[in-house]
Design a protein around this ligand. Structure first.
Ligand SMILES: [Zn+2]
Length: 257
């Protein structure tokens, strides 16, 4: 295997992860993700570039600001490590292909969406809406997806599920699936086709329900709003990205469809 290239992909991923941390912190607050540079949340002092190296600076400074010693959240290096791992694995899996480019863009969007949804219970339009045409463009060009399946993916994710969510809300009088989830699924459909939307929904609902029930038992609360759906859709989409096509083929053969 091409270890040097996988290492480069991991380093590139850590740098993108550092940028995603900025997006996660600033996008929901409507702040610029370009200026100003990173500042300590404790003393407000700008963080020098040599103290802003992904993962390494956190370890060297033992998770504290150099100036005021305020604790820096461990989530910053974790997001960087997660992105580094996602990029390295994508290179290992796809090699230097268009599928790799699509995977890196999709996974970056999914990581940002996951943590913003966990923090604020929203999926920002700033990511999901441009993600739909960008995803459709990638999907159309990917040999494993193609124009028709990518188009049907956007329509299924955006249209059919919009109708379902709208209908559920009208009948039950409360939101079952947010419109943010619908836009995310349209984006996923663009990148991976309508099959990707179905597998993402099944895997996301299954894992999401399991985790939701576990939370409900522990907190003795209600299932509603116990956990946001976005992170589980992101998990389902990442699963389909790597293993979904095989799973789908296997399912079709097993059921003789
Ligand atoms: Zn500080």
């Amino acid at each position: 295997m091409a270890w040097p290239f996988v290492t480069v992909a991991a380093i590139f991923g850590a740098i993108i992860g550092s940028f995603l941390n900025v997006v996660i912190a600033r996008l929901p607050a409507d702040e610029s993700i370009v200026r100003p540079g990173s500042r300590c949340p404790g003393c407000g002092r700008p963080i020098a570039s040599h103290d802003n190296i992904p993962v390494l600076s956190y370890l060297l400074l033992r998770g504290r600001c150099r100036n005021c010693r305020t604790r820096i959240s461990i989530r910053y290096p974790l997001v960087e490590l997660l992105t580094a791992a996602a990029f390295a694995f994508s290179y290992h899996w796809f090699g230097p292909t268009l599928d790799l480019a699509a995977a890196l863009v999709l996974l970056s969007a999914l990581i940002a969406i996951t943590f913003i949804d966990l923090d604020h219970r929203i999926i920002p339009n700033e990511i999901s809406l441009p993600g739909i045409p960008v995803g459709f463009l990638f999907g159309s060009m990917r040999p494993s997806v193609g124009f028709a399946d990518a188009g049907l993916g956007v329509l299924l994710g955006g249209g059919a599920l919009f109708a379902l969510a709208y209908g559920y809300e009208k009948i039950r009088g409360r939101e079952g699936m947010g419109m943010g989830d619908v836009k995310l699924l349209a984006m996923i459909g663009g990148f991976m086709g309508w099959q990707g939307v179905l597998v993402t929904l099944v895997v996301g609902s299954f894992v999401g329900s399991a985790v939701g029930i576990a939370f409900m038992i522990r907190e003795r609360g209600t299932l509603q709003y116990a956990v946001p759906f976005g992170p589980f859709l992101a998990l389902g989409a990442a699963f389909y990205l790597f293993w979904g096509a095989e799973l789908f083929e296997w399912y079709l053969q097993a059921t003789h469809l």
